[in-house]
Write a protein that binds this ligand. Structure first.
Ligand code: SAH
Length: 247
């Protein structure tokens, strides 16, 4: 598309899946191959980026040594600008774009700017992480519900909106994303809020990649087990009887 053309191009918010390119959707792959511009995050596999055409513009907006390369408001603006310059911009995000990926904010910004967009869901690490470590997130013998929560809220929030009491009281499986840097504190808070200390718990790092590792313990002992095994981010933490199904 020419810059002087006033019709904005389309932006596709695409889930790249948990890490293995084979776990991305066919629609997602088709869009990456067709993209004029790729805007991508840290957890997007390099092999997925390689599907793009050689003249596709690639813009990295993920973290650099723990710090966001670009604040969210700027990413939102960038997507609108890309749409004015390119017919097809693909915004690639790890897992699913709307599961703790701030994809909802990007969609809202595009909508407000009148930019047509499409969302292509991806397999979230919240499901794939446990599955690939041998943990079914639900199992008839163990639970009838599961809860997914973040262990690391927006640093700009002054007060935590995390419902620790509610999570501790919830039945069934609990899956925590972005929880490694505060793991011990979060598990202690859950125990204090009444979470059964003996509930099986596991952490799965780098799921769906050649670096996948996992440890299992209990809610009371997981922080030590993780420390001993040297497991850090990115990892999903699973709490619940389903962890006992792990081989
Ligand atoms: N939208 C993503 C989540 C983004 S938040 C999704 O749906 O998966 C980033 C967090 O996701 C990480 O801190 C970690 O908890 C989890 N995560 C992403 N990829 C992972 C992987 N390959 N293995 C384990 N955890 C992963």
């Amino acid at each position: 598309m020419k810059a002087e053309d006033k019709t904005p191009g389309k932006v596709c918010l695409v889930g790249a899946g948990p890490g293995d390119p084979g776990l991305m959707t066919l629609r997602g792959k088709e869009l990456v191959e067709r993209a004029d511009c790729l805007v991508y995050d840290a957890l997007v596999p390099a092999s997925v980026l390689a599907w793009a055409s050689p003249d596709c513009e690639k813009i990295y907006v993920g973290k650099r040594s723990g710090v966001h390369a670009m604040p969210q408001s700027q990413i939102n603006e960038l997507l609108v600008t890309c749409a004015s310059r390119h017919a097809c911009t693909v915004r690639l995000k790890g897992g699913d774009p709307y599961v703790f990926g701030r994809g909802g904010e990007e969609a809202a910004a595009l909508y407000a700017a009148g930019v047509p967009f499409e969302v292509v869901p991806g397999i979230s690490s919240a499901i794939a992480g446990p599955a690939l470590a041998g943990i079914p997130v639900t199992h008839r013998a163990h639970c009838t519900q599961f809860t997914v929560f973040t262990g690391h809220e927006d640093a700009a929030k002054t007060e935590s909106t995390l419902d620790i009491q509610g999570i501790a009281a919830a039945k069934g499986t609990k899956v925590m994303l972005m929880g490694m840097s505060r793991l011990r504190r979060t598990l202690d808070a859950l125990l204090e809020a009444g979470q059964d200390a003996d509930t099986p718990a596991a952490a799965v790092q780098w799921a769906a990649t050649g670096r996948q590792r996992s440890v299992s313990a209990t809610v009371a002992t997981l922080a030590d087990a993780v420390e001993e095994a040297g497991i850090g981010s990115p990892a999903v933490v699973v709490i619940g009887e389903v962890v006992s199904e792990m081989p």
